[in-house]
Design a protein around this ligand. Structure first.
Ligand code: ZN
Length: 435
């Protein structure tokens, strides 16, 4: 089924419900930068936690790290970013608009017809100066990817973690790219978060590991509730492969604005470790303690963007449901494991006996799920508020509860209601949140 979600409506829901805001909005906004509100940051945290769980904690041969954002500038020479990570740009001499040369036809500005400057390279890395003096010797960059820190620390992690090849190092963190045309809401932004795994293998076993990770990653998207028919795997053609890659496949999602990359899984050969060996002068080879084999490991990389996945989760879950004439509900059909509120608890009326029981239930559930307590407005309105942020379960305490020790549980997608006894509620909700 084609994704026909209206992006404008999704953006406006995100603003209205505290999911995502434009950065620095009171000053007119900051292009390509976004802030996650109270609901959005829980959703984002869930995405990261479920990735970490699946990639790191569920593998005994993957460990994590958390590197600094500013690193030695030689790292970006070794990686090829200083030389290659750039677009060729032209500026309009009249209106000063900047264009990627491969994005414009003809030789004058499509906006005003003005003349272009000579084409020049525009590096996508954000440059800064470290220390008190702003000279060439103090130049540093905000990292454009998290991967290089992993390669630079490969030996340190290997020697301190008692791992043997094949093993992986994973990292989640911010990266920065001075994109000329940030667009499609949070799809392409200048400051974003990445979840990257660099998996080190013996040459010759690389294709098998590559296939393992492609399959594993696709399954993860299914587990967090993305519709399988809107996901596809697209192998890169030879001429679009990055200079370091032996092969690469993209996991793509069908957004309302077309098929777009969510994640790249690349066979990077021994390019990165060899480069760092050359530039740092430190040996990057691995000697297996049991087989005695000695080699520079090859790397299978999985590289996903957190913000993009959050957008995917939202766009995939959004529905405007026509219920009856004059009655349309906005609902996010989020999988319970990623929902920013997993269970909402209401007293049917604002009466002390009901409030007390409802608060007690919330306190109990809080240890097992993300909860929200709401006593404002009619029960119907409260349901709709929760539907808009994708809360899968609502629990209502009424006068009968005081007699039968049971509550009404209402399911977001079917809108059906069931009576459930209080002593079963924690185990029922916990089961539903299983990942
Ligand atoms: Zn112009």
């Amino acid at each position: 089924m084609k994704n026909t979600v209206d992006m404008e409506k999704l953006v406006s829901l995100c603003k209205r419900r505290g999911i995502i805001f434009q950065s620095s909005e009171i000053y007119g906004g900051m292009n390509g930068c976004w802030d996650f509100g109270p609901v959005g940051c829980e959703l984002k945290r869930k995405v990261k936690d479920l990735w970490w769980k699946d990639v790191v904690q569920h593998h005994d041969n993957v460990v994590g790290m958390d590197a600094s954002i500013i690193m030695h500038p030689r790292i970006w020479e070794a990686s090829g970013h200083v030389a290659n990570f750039k677009d060729v740009m032209v500026d309009c001499k009249e209106c000063k608009r900047r264009y990627r040369i491969d994005h414009v036809e003809g030789d004058c500005c499509p906006e005003c017809g003005g003349e272009f400057t000579e084409p020049r390279d525009f590096n996508l890395m954000f440059k800064t100066y470290v220390g008190a003096v702003a000279d060439d010797a103090s130049v540093a960059y905000l990292r454009p990817e998290t991967a290089q820190a992993i390669f630079a620390q490969f030996l340190t992690v290997l020697n301190s973690s008692r791992q043997r090849v094949p093993f992986g190092i994973a990292q989640i963190g911010k990266s920065f790219r001075n994109e000329i045309t940030p667009r499609n809401f949070i799809f392409r932004s200048r400051e974003f978060e990445q979840m990257e795994l660099e998996f080190f293998v013996e040459p010759g076993t690389d294709e098998d590991w590559n296939n393992y990770w492609v399959e594993r990653r696709i399954k993860w998207y299914h587990k967090i509730g993305i519709k399988p028919e809107r996901l596809r795997i697209r192998p890169h053609e030879k001429d679009e492969l990055a200079h370091y890659a032996k092969s690469c496949v993209d996991i793509e999602y069908e957004f309302p604005f077309g098929w777009q990359e969510l994640e790249g899984i690349a066979n990077r050969s021994d390019f990165d470790l060899s480069q760092h060996q050359e530039f740092s002068g430190k040996k990057m080879n691995y000697r297996d303690p049991i087989t005695g084999k000695d080699f520079i490991p090859w790397v299978i990389e999985t590289s996903a963007g957190v913000d993009r996945i959050v957008l995917t989760v939202l766009a995939d879950a959004y529905e405007e449901q026509f219920l009856a004439e004059d009655d349309t509900r906005v609902v996010l059909h989020l999988a319970p494991c990623v929902a920013p509120v997993q269970v909402a608890i209401f007293p049917l009326f604002k009466k002390p006996q009901l409030q007390e029981v409802a608060k007690k239930i919330e306190e109990n559930l809080r240890k097992h799920a993300l909860t929200s307590y709401d006593e404002i407005g009619s029960i119907g309105k409260r349901y709709r508020r929760q539907d808009e942020i994708g809360t899968p379960f609502c629990v209502t305490v009424d006068y009968e509860t005081l007699e039968d020790n049971a509550v009404t549980i209402r399911f977001r997608d079917s809108m059906e209601q069931e009576r459930i006894s209080l002593d079963r509620i924690v185990s029922f909700i916990s089961e539903q949140l299983d990942f």
